[in-house]
Structure formats: C-alpha cells, structure tokens
Design a protein around this ligand. Sequence first.
Ligand SMILES: *[C@@H]1O[C@H](CO)[C@@H](O)[C@H](O)[C@H]1NC(C)=O
Ligand SMILES: *[C@@H]1O[C@H](CO)[C@@H](O)[C@H](O)[C@H]1NC(C)=O
Length: 388
Amino acid sequence: MRKILAILFCILINLSVSYAQNCNTYVFSRNQKYATCVTLPVLNSHLHWNYYTNNGTVDVAFRHTGSTTSQWVAWALNIDGWGMRGAQALVALISSNGSVQAYTSAITGYGTGLQPSSLSFEVPMIRAERDNGDVVIYATLVLPSGKTTFNQVWQVGPVFNGHPGMHQMSSDNRNAVGLVDFTTGQISVDGGNVGGSRLHRKNTHGVLNVVSWGVAMPIGAIAARYLKAFSIANPLWFYIHSVCQAAAFAVGVAGFVTGIKLGSDSTGITHTSHRNMGITLFILGIIQVLALFLRPKPDSKYRSYWNIYHRGCGYSTLILSIIQVYSGLDILDPEKKWKHTYTGILIALGVVTVLLEALSWFIFLKRKKEEKKTHAETNGGYGANEQV
Ligand SMILES: *[C@@H]1O[C@H](CO)[C@@H](O)[C@H](O)[C@H]1NC(C)=O
Ligand SMILES: *[C@@H]1O[C@H](CO)[C@@H](O)[C@H](O)[C@H]1NC(C)=O
C-alpha cells in the first residue's frame, strides 16, 4: 500500500513538473522572458507575466494553444466584479486568412459583440501574433492602484464575417474564471472560496437535491399512491411513504441550505429564478411536513379537504422539483450525461408508475368482481365477519 502511494506521489510530482516546464520553457517569438507562468485550468491557455512593483504595471502574455483561423481569444481582468460582466478584455481576432488583430474591449453585458473600446485602466501596449497554432496576446497593463489580486476570465469563440460570435457554453467555457495574484503567481479556480472550491460545492448541492427532491420524493409519492391498493401493504404503505418523504426532506433541507449559501456567496451571475423556485419548493416541503401533524382522523369531515390539500401540494412539489432539477443541471452544465442519467431515472420511475397503475386497476376490478360474487353467494347470509 505504501509503495503504491509512493509511486502515485512520484507520478504526480513528475506530472506537475512537466506541466510547469511546458509553461516555463516556452520560447516567445521575440525572445521575451517572463518571470511567472501559470497554466490555466481550462481552454488550453497559459498566462505569462512580469510584474513591476515600482510602477504597478504588468507585462502579460496570454497564450492559447491549438488556435484555428476564424477564431477569437480573449483574456480579461474584472476589477470590481466577477466573471464576464464588467470584464476588461484583451482580444485577439484571427480572421479567415490567418491574420491576427489585437485590441481592448470593455465588456458591459452578456450581449457583447466584443467591440473595440478603451478599458477602465491604461493599456500602453497591446499586440498579438500567431505562431505554430498558438495565438499570443502581449500587453502592458497599468493595474489599478493598490491591487495585485484580480478576478480573471478567459474565453475562446468563433469569428463570423470578421466579427466575434458568441462562445460555446460548455463546462470548460463556463469554468474559465478565477483569481490571479500578480505578486505571488498564484491562481485559484472558480472563486476558490474557503471550504473547498465553488464548483465542488455546486456539485454537492446538485447531488443532495437530485437525490432528495428529484428521486426519493417521487418514489415516496409512488409508494403512497400504489402500495395502498395492495391490502397486504396496509398500513405499511403509510410508513414507507412517511419515512421516504421525511428522509428526502432532511437531505433536501441540506441541499436547500447549500443552495442558499452558494447564492449569497456568489459575486457573479445570480440565478434568481432557480433561487426563487428553490425557496418555493422548500416552503412546499415544510407545508407537507406540517400536513403530517395536522392530519384529521380518517372519519373526520375535514379529511377529504386535507386529502385534496396534501395531494395538491404533493403533486405540485413533484412537478416543480423535476423542473428545478433540470434548471439546476442547466446552470451547473456538467457533461450532458448527468442530464441523460436523470432523464433515464425519470423514465424508469414513469414505467414503474404505469405498471403499478395497471396492476392496481387489475386488483381493484378483481376485488370488485369477487365482492360481487361473495355478495351474491352470501346474499341474506350476513357474511359481515368476512369484511377486512
Ligand atoms: C515600469 O517599471 C519597469 C521596471 O522599472 C519598466 O521597465 C517599465 O517600462 C515601467 N512601465 C511603465 C509603463 O512605466
Ligand atoms: C486578412 O483579412 C483581414 C481582415 O479580414 C485584412 O485586413 C487583411 O488585409 C488580410 N490579409 C491578407 C494578407 O490578405
């Protein structure tokens, strides 16, 4: 075991050294030298720089490997905010004939066309070139005074008729964001919040909620609706249903809390409708838990109203939960396979539901028939002791 760990450790060290070498040994065309280099985690990008403490300027070289013609690449600092909105970008536009044009663009919103504009800080020099499929943007930035750590974003997109088009929305595109510290040479990914990266927390939030609201609760609802039909399962169905939903709700609360925390920590895009839907679902969940305690006796005249209220809330929760899971999967945008997996689970639950529906009708009709028969046979015989 120790040997295996040692070997793994060696491999890890070697990998990281070769990774760093790939970054540091790169020879720039005019033989520029940069003291610091980091390989950015996504989109085949590297950032090289020299930071000058005396005048607070930084010479950067942003390098994207494997570029093609009709493509734009951009690297930006976001001085006050997070992510794309408000980013102060350096753009390189590779036209269809392979020529490269560099300019600055202050991005005001998501609908940007990356039009040339001046930035909120001075950029005394910017140029770009293409070299063996790498595109490099060189620039000198006069950093806003007193700051050396910034939010950075970088991106790659297509060029149509000489104009930058919208970039893709894959998880790599969405994760091309983080912090850069020009003095220490440290970068952190996706906010790097205390207690694990933000992406990790988003995944935890997703798993907790998919398992509870998205899967366990539908199963609890199916148990309530169909097990009731089989008299052997009475009152077992009731316990299965309450335990299922209570456990799902407990996990769901954890999922809800992580979601609210993610929302309040977020300095970037706010997913308002996802958040509001989450709060609505949480309230519906509490109402359903309360329903358990407020349940009138079976023979109470209020029981039928209670049934309508409990089932109404239940089915609404179910439908909204499923919509919410898909909305969450869209935000998180993991590999599409997760979305497909969830769809698969829903289809399986749907098939089970249809089978149980058919079976319960079959049992219901059979029982009806038998009852009729017994009724006919014992007519006048007062076989009331046979009633269950
Ligand atoms: C900042 O200082 C460095 C080192 O002294 C110098 O090479 C560079 O030209 C200065 N940059 C600007 C924009 O003044
Ligand atoms: C390549 O295209 C750009 C813009 O489309 C144009 O400005 C430039 O002159 C072209 N260069 C060559 C060598 O054709």
